[in-house]
Design a protein around this ligand. Structure first.
Ligand code: UTP
Length: 410
């Protein structure tokens, strides 16, 4: 894009301030800024305008959704596991590691997966995940193709680390990296921020864009060629989770549902976790802050909470369903965050409280785009040890304790 086109685009969007320092930049920086302006998605500004007027989108009619419980699963374990192992051996199952997040709460300046949670030996978060996946590979006698989503901010570090660590014993031929998209940040008036004089402030656009980014990176032909029908999506930070878990895969396949979600029974009614439920008859996830008191305390005749099953960001999706939905717009969430920016005098400001808004799509919204979802209960202490913070709840400290309880040497 040339300067005149950039000026015209920005003027029509009310964002001409982005060129305020253009004359101070060298030609490489100027070109990079023009590229960013060309890539700017104007619809995000419309999203922000309606967010300012109407707030978040309204929810439909919410109703509880039960789960295939631990005892249901125990009764059919062999049948489920055999079906899952068959599908894995036939190459029908891939896994997608969502590792494009910024991990700001952990406060670690490298990709979160590079964090060493070992005590007497190095043990990296990525290593824990690969170890978990290798158990399935051994059992099935077949590799599970692994797609790793990174962002512009951590792609190089992530790839180099996998190389350096020799893929933690995984066969590199089965590991594919792809980069997610970025989105700009705006101030409360909807003005896009600069993080440098020649750089728009951007951050990863949430974990909901993983499938379109995977396709954009050119992996759809590979999925089709290899006959990969199901993708198991999982977060980088749960070091205990089972990936491509044959029992979960088999149960979902045999259920006939369009997708599957691993869930844990809530520790208490107030637990801050997104709950799998029905919204206007389709599967959906309601966030803890969206639940009314009536929903939080409602119980079934047997005494269990009606909205009982929290999601742990471990889902199975069908590739054909995702491909069909690819052009449907996903909901864009507007989130209030701290974003460093260049002020009108050209000085860098580092705010101590949220000053800006970012745009994110979320993988959990993909659940609502499917007609049916198998809610599959797992044992919290065996499969859920998320690392969000350095200490306290969902932290390095709590995850270490859980790993030890599960026999992992730290
Ligand atoms: P979180 O919601 O914990 O976000 O991500 P985060 O950015 O990693 O961490 P904080 O909030 O800044 O502390 C849940 C999962 O989704 C991935 C993360 O890497 C993690 O596996 N994710 C999140 C992405 O892949 N891309 C994103 O844009 C956001």
């Amino acid at each position: 894009m040339n300067l005149n086109d950039a000026k015209a685009k920005l003027e029509s969007l009310g964002q001409s301030h982005l060129l305020r320092y253009f004359d101070e930049l060298d030609s490489t920086e100027q070109d990079a800024l023009l590229d960013q302006i060309e890539a700017l998605d104007p619809t995000l500004l419309d999203v922000f305008a309606s967010f300012r007027h109407e707030g978040d989108a309204q929810r439909g009619k919410l109703e509880p959704l039960g789960a295939l419980t631990l005892s249901d699963i125990a009764e059919s374990r062999d049948r489920f596991e055999n079906a899952g192992l068959d599908a894995i051996r036939q190459g029908k199952v891939g896994a997608v590691l969502l590792a494009g997040g910024m991990g700001t709460r952990l406060g670690f300046d490298k990709p979160k997966g590079m964090y060493n949670i070992g005590v007497t030996r190095p043990l990296y978060i990525f290593e824990c995940l690969i170890n978990n996946l290798l158990k399935v590979v051994e059992k099935a006698g077949a590799y599970v193709p692994l797609f790793v989503m990174t962002s512009e901010k951590n792609d190089e570090d992530t790839r180099e680390f996998f190389e350096e660590m020799k893929f933690f014993g995984y066969n590199p031929e089965y590991v594919h990296f792809f980069v997610q998209d970025m989105a700009p940040a705006v101030d409360p008036d909807g003005k896009i921020l600069l993080e440098e004089k020649g750089r728009i402030a951007t951050s990863p656009n949430g974990n909901g864009g993983w499938f379109s980014s995977l396709v954009k990176a050119g992996f759809l032909p590979l999925l089709q060629r290899e006959g990969i029908e199901w993708l198991n999506i999982f977060a980088v930070d749960n070091v205990l989770q089972k990936i491509a878990d044959p029992c979960f895969v088999g149960a979902t396949l045999l259920s006939g549902c369009e997708c599957g979600a691993k869930v844990v029974a809530k520790a208490d009614p107030e637990e801050r976790v997104g709950v799998l439920c029905l919204e206007d008859g389709a599967p959906s996830i309601v966030e803890y802050y969206e639940m009314t008191d009536e929903m939080i305390t409602r119980r079934e005749p047997d005494g269990t909470l009606s909205y009982n099953y929290g999601v742990i960001l471990n889902y199975l999706f069908r590739v054909d369903k995702l491909t069909a939905l690819m052009n449907d717009n996903m909901q864009v969430h507007v989130v209030n965050k701290k974003v460093p920016y260049i002020d009108e005098s050209g000085a860098l400001q580092k705010p101590s409280s949220p000053n800006a808004y970012k745009f994110e799509t979320l993988v959990l919204d993909m659940i609502h785009m499917q007609k049916s979802c198998l809610s599959y209960e797992v044992v919290r202490g065996r499969e859920f040890a998320p690392i969000k913070n350095p200490d306290g709840v969902d932290s390095v400290v709590s995850a270490r304790a859980l790993l030890e309880e599960n026999g992992v040497t730290l």
